[in-house]
Design a protein around this ligand. Structure first.
Ligand SMILES: [Zn+2]
Length: 409
């Protein structure tokens, strides 16, 4: 693992310097495309579609009108590290090595990646890269820009790194910020923000005072989202990069135990599920505001891509016999909705894209797009050839001219 990290470092330094110089020479002639990717953990189309109809997600609506959108086919038994590492590499979980939250008894981390991630490819090609709060990026890796880790970051009171919220100052067991000097700058200018979303309360925490526990948890989630919005605003203002990837992860966690299920759904507990029925949809309304803050930094020449790694659905048939049943998140929480169903098509993710040369108001039907297609499509925008190991394809159907010349326009 260490060998692989050093190898990647050497490859990057060997390749980046001449390319960076070349890139600078080029950049005076023709600027590189700008791409902003926003990852929303577990965005569920069944929940956001009614909100779109009600006009409660105006920013996402504007992206849809100006761009292409649809379901995103995901992998089997999808969860965040498994799918994000597929986003990063366009290879199967068994190939990239990050098969789940825990791999060989160890919390998933970037040292496990056996295939080259997109941030490394872009960096080598002289593209400036900025990433913040993207899941499964801990410990951070060197890039031609900055990287701030997200979900699965280890720290105080979050020693296993699984679905908990260490503050930046509390991170342990690896670096959460690259370059390291940026950490002090962030602490000074943004404050000591939470890197990930809050851990869900256990059944024991909830028993007897469900309403108070739910409200306290939701308040913390709101605080974390405010801090992340502030962080994104700071980074986009002070450290603009050609390629930027930002992550949000509170939505999925809220859905797991506060999905607005009906009394006939498995797991319904009125003490929990009748208390804040708006809590889960509200997460998407809150996300839409984050999106609005990001869009303020975006011009018409910037590609904006919003992706979700999977959806989330109420518990369903075969829960008792499915080997993945109730395995989400440590088995401690009163989970009423989940996503690691054996058939990934039960919980597709979602995809939204707008930018120069992308068709307007294009609805992708069925499963035209998959999680494997994100990295090849981003490389395509930068005019970088898709490496042989990548299993996805360029989503040429979303571009007005599918002549593979997007970057040259
Ligand atoms: Zn989840």
């Amino acid at each position: 693992m260490v060998f692989q990290r050093i190898f990647l470092l050497l490859v990057w330094f060997a390749a980046a310097l001449p390319v960076a110089l070349w890139g600078q020479a080029q950049s005076t002639a023709k600027p590189k495309p700008h791409v902003v990717v926003i990852g929303v953990n577990g965005m569920e189309l069944d929940v956001i579609r009614p909100l779109l109809l009600e006009g409660k997600m105006p920013n996402l609506s504007s992206v849809i009108k100006k761009g292409a959108y649809g379901k995103l086919r995901t992998v089997s038994a999808p969860n965040c590290p498994r799918v994000y590492s597929t986003f990063f590499t366009s290879t199967k979980p068994e190939e990239h090595g990050v098969t789940g939250f825990i791999v060989g008894g160890i919390t998933a981390n970037t040292n496990m990646l056996k295939e080259e991630p997109i941030w490394s490819m872009l960096s080598k090609s002289g593209v400036t890269v900025g990433m913040a709060n993207v899941p499964a990026t801990f410990p951070v890796m060197p890039v031609n820009g900055y990287m701030i880790s997200g979900m699965l970051t280890r720290g105080k009171n979050c020693e296993d790194g699984v679905l908990c919220a260490p503050k930046l100052s509390e991170v342990q067991g690896g670096d959460a910020v690259y370059p390291p000097a940026m950490k002090a700058e962030l602490l000074k200018n943004v404050g000591d923000f939470y890197i990930d979303c809050e851990r869900m309360p256990s059944a024991a925490d909830l028993k007897g005072h469900e309403t108070e526990a739910i409200d306290a948890w939701l308040n913390k989630v709101q605080l974390i989202r405010q801090q992340q919005t502030q962080l994104f605003d700071y980074l986009l203002s002070r450290h603009p990069t050609e390629f930027t990837w930002l992550g949000q992860s509170c939505e999925d966690r809220t859905g797991h135990w506060l999905y607005p299920i009906a009394p006939y759904n498995a797991g319904y507990n009125p003490k929990i599920n009748a208390v804040r029925t708006e809590a889960f949809p509200d997460q998407y309304i809150a996300f839409d505001k984050v999106l609005g803050a990001v869009l303020k930094h975006v011009d018409d020449n910037t590609y904006v891509i919003i992706v979700s790694d999977h959806g989330i659905k109420p518990l369903r048939e075969f829960e008792e016999t499915d080997p993945h049943a109730h395995m989400d998140h440590e088995k401690t929480t009163p989970v009423v909705a989940k996503h690691d169903f054996a058939d990934g098509d039960d919980v597709p993710g979602s995809f939204f894209a707008m930018g120069p040369g992308i068709k307007h108001d294009l609805h992708l039907m069925g499963f035209e797009a998959s999680v494997y297609d994100l990295a090849p499509t981003i490389l395509h925008i930068y005019g970088i050839e898709q490496p042989a190991q990548m299993r996805g394809h360029v989503l040429s159907e979303i571009f007005e001219n599918s002549d593979n010349k997007v970057a040259q326009k």
